[in-house]
Write a new protein. Structure first.
Length: 370
């Protein structure tokens, strides 16, 4: 559904909460809260369009009677001064019922089996126009740079909306981008301590993504950005998100422009039992490695194919031979030879086994060289 249609459907649902076919009296702030749409101008635009198409009747109550919007001097006077009335007219009800049906069909379409690109979930605040613009810009950047679909999460004000639009999409997401803007100061009345909190919505989505990725062991690439003024608290303080601090929104866009091309491999990944089994196999193999052997794997993951002597000089493992052989026995790295092994001057190279490269990037990719 188009955004304009979603707003119109939300208006219909808000009006339908009233008693029967009686005119629903509201104010713009109240209607904004009921629909979950913060853009008052967008709501006014859809109301005028619906009225022009004879789907609703807009009135104001004054002097003991109702007056049509056509008698109002300006839109500002009608929509943003006091209450105004909305009534669903008989010829408009079919249109709204069709919108409801389409919305239900979209919601009930099982995301997990859609034959489409992997999904990257964008969690960004929408309290200001600038935040909504940033979220849309990041979603567009995701699709341009990764070949994946982007879902820019909208605030939901019903349980059904949370389930269909947040939980289900997070459950099938291959990647997660979180941007946390400041939401004002919090005061501890007992201690007098003040701190700046972030968006509650984004905090909750980070927690859900962490549960899916870590507890359910479903691989998910993560990139998190937290405004420098926000205190690290709650579950977020316990998660190893390695968030990037930012001051201005353009810093996020610049960083993602460089980072997102490395996510392009997600477009080739298929989620399912095979992926989970492959991840568990890689975790079991890593658990058998000594710390020195794991450091060698991390180095090769970051630097690619490396000549054996250069690897020894760089990593300086206490028992270099045993460390590399451990990783080789587990099938996580493999050797190759340049030249004739029977003659002097032959070079031996080590690299991460391509069969495990993608899953090792998920498991170890955020760990720096040691």
């Amino acid at each position: 559904m188009l955004r304009s249609e979603k707003i119109e459907l939300a208006i219909y649902k808000a009006v339908s909460r009233g008693p029967g076919s009686v005119t629903f009296d509201t104010t713009m702030p109240m209607l904004s809260q009921l629909t979950g749409e913060d853009d008052h101008a967008a709501i006014a635009e859809r109301l005028k369009a619906l009225a022009a198409e004879n789907r609703i009747l807009l009135t104001k109550f004054s002097g003991g009677q109702r007056w049509p919007r056509s008698l109002s001097h300006t839109d500002a006077t009608f929509f943003f001064t006091g209450q105004f009335g909305i009534e669903i007219v008989p010829q408009g009800r079919q249109y709204f019922e069709e919108l409801e049906q389409r919305s239900e069909q979209e919601a009930n379409k099982p995301l997990a089996v859609r034959p489409a690109e992997p999904l990257i979930f964008v969690s960004c605040g929408q309290s200001t126009h600038a935040e909504r613009i940033l979220g849309q810009e990041i979603a567009n950047l995701v699709e341009q740079k990764t070949g994946c679909r982007a879902y820019f999460a909208e605030n939901q004000n019903t349980l059904e909306g949370v389930t269909e639009n947040i939980l289900k999409r997070l459950n099938v997401a291959a990647g997660f981008i979180a941007i946390m803007h400041p939401r004002g100061e919090v005061l501890n009345s007992a201690t007098g301590k003040k701190w700046v909190r972030g968006s509650v919505w984004v905090e909750q989505e980070i927690a859900i993504a962490a549960f899916i990725s870590q507890a359910l062991q479903q691989p998910m690439r993560v990139r998190a950005y937290v405004h420098e003024s926000i205190l690290r608290e709650g579950l977020r303080s316990q998660l190893h998100l390695n968030p990037k601090s930012f001051v201005e929104d353009f810093e996020i866009v610049n960083d993602l422009t460089v980072e997102l091309p490395t996510w392009r491999n997600l477009a080739q990944r298929q989620h399912g039992e095979f992926d989970l089994a492959h991840r568990r196999l890689a975790e079991e193999k890593l658990a058998k490695l000594s710390p020195a052997s794991k450091r060698l794997v991390i180095y090769l993951l970051h630097h690619g194919k490396t000549e054996q002597d250069a690897l020894a000089k760089t990593c300086r493992a206490p028992d270099q031979f045993e460390a590399i052989q451990q990783a080789s026995r587990e099938g996580l790295v493999k050797a190759s030879v340049a030249g004739n092994p029977a003659r002097p001057g032959t070079l031996y190279f080590w690299e991460v086994n391509p069969a495990f490269e993608a899953v090792l990037k998920d498991l170890l990719g955020n760990i720096g060289d040691q």
